[in-house]
Design a protein around this ligand. Structure first.
Ligand SMILES: NC(=O)c1ccc[n+]([C@@H]2O[C@H](COP(=O)([O-])OP(=O)(O)OC[C@H]3O[C@@H](n4cnc5c(N)ncnc54)[C@H](OP(=O)(O)O)[C@@H]3O)[C@@H](O)[C@H]2O)c1
Length: 337
């Protein structure tokens, strides 16, 4: 099969994107070629584009969550057939040696093992979900030990704290913790209070208020805690809330933060969890059961989506709007435009 491929290439660190021809890839064993009809821009992608936040070999094609139709299946792939509508997480940042995984192009290779079938769901809605939802669920379940949905529930009255829950990861973390039975306390800016209560938080506090730490201490103890914003101030705040007993919390960001010795900060590439062999069973559950069900049955309230026109040529502006905080919604583009 022959097709013309184009990509938004990043030629060097912090350089502007260039729209140019890209290779016509042939999927190998375990892989599929997807006609990319929706890509969501993540803060992670945007920071690599603008700040060279992670080392990548240039010229490179960024982006790792896409939705579209299966064009070609690799030699041994049985889970998908040509024409299937899918959403996929590509190993762009785990296998940086090839540009075939990059989401900012028209035709993308992905692994069948990290692809989910989405039925008739809208590509734009489907593509907005997986990265941030996986970050939240992996942090809570795989890294902290919160129950897996369908395999256990919290005990009556047990509490989870989600700090900085106003964004995408935070909203999903609130919903996941609630779905397995926890009473969820969140912090956010006041404009997000109502939405977070609708998502299941029993109380939402302003993380900027003077007495937020003492208020949260009196609302605890928390069986699990996570900062979804990941900033250093939030890490120190949670470490303080966990005193005097100590404990552990998950953070979406690392950084050089002076955490007390009785507190463990759990930080990792949560969004990439399904690319790791050690989490293969989780990945099977995620792509074959949980994610298709969530998407087809609207099981979680998605982060509000903003569709941007302009295809590949509009990605640079969209990524900059994410990196600078101008965009308040999850930005989605169609590379075929
Ligand atoms: N480790 C990983 O695998 C992983 C994966 C995905 C994302 N991340 C990181 O996780 C963070 C959140 O990602 P996202 O996709 O949810 O971003 P997002 O949707 O853009 O959300 C950002 C939200 O964080 C809140 N926030 C910002 N600064 C804050 C602060 N100082 N204190 C408390 N809350 C603050 C804001 O909420 P208010 O409007 O309420 O102020 C903002 O809306 C980003 O830094 C991202 O790079 C890490």
């Amino acid at each position: 099969m022959s097709f013309e491929n184009q990509a938004a290439w990043q030629p060097g660190p912090r350089a502007d994107l260039e729209i140019k021809t890209a290779p016509q890839y042939i999927p190998e064993a375990g892989e599929i070629l997807i006609k990319n009809q929706a890509v969501s821009i993540q803060p992670f992608d945007a920071r690599i584009r603008a700040e060279a936040y992670v080392n990548v070999p240039y010229p490179f094609i960024l982006g790792s969550t896409i939705a579209g139709t299966v064009e070609v299946v690799g030699p041994d792939v049985t889970a998908f057939k040509v024409g299937d509508r899918v959403v996929s997480d590509t190993p762009t940042y785990a296998h940086k040696e090839s540009t075939k995984w990059g989401g900012w192009q028209k035709y993308v290779v992905s692994k069948a093992a990290t692809t989910a079938e989405i039925g008739h769901a809208d590509f734009d809605q489907a593509v907005a979900l997986p990265f941030a939802l996986l970050t939240a669920v992996a942090a809570l379940h795989l890294y902290l030990g919160v129950e897996k949905l369908g395999e256990g529930l919290a005990k009556e009255g047990e509490k989870v704290l989600i700090w900085g829950a106003g964004g995408s990861v935070g909203g999903y973390a609130v919903q996941y913790a609630k779905s397995v039975g926890y009473s969820v306390i969140a912090t956010a800016s006041p404009r997000g209070f109502e939405r977070l209560k609708e998502l299941g938080a029993s109380q939402v506090l302003d993380y900027r208020s003077q007495d937020v730490i003492s208020q949260l201490k009196s609302l605890g103890p928390f069986k699990y805690a996570m900062t979804a914003s990941g900033d250093g101030a939030s890490q120190l705040a949670i470490a303080e809330i966990l005193q005097p007993v100590g404990g552990k919390f998950a953070s979406t960001l690392g950084g050089d933060v002076d955490i007390p010795s009785n507190v463990e900060r759990v930080y990792g590439p949560f969004s990439q969890a399904t690319q790791k062999l050690q989490f293969k069973d989780f990945a099977d559950w995620w792509y074959r059961q949980y994610l298709p069900k969530v998407i087809k049955e609207n099981l979680v309230e998605p982060t509000p989506v903003e569709k941007r026109a302009g295809g590949l040529a509009a990605i640079q502006r969209a990524a900059d709007d994410i990196a600078t905080g101008v965009a308040k919604k999850k930005l989605v583009l169609n590379p075929q435009e």
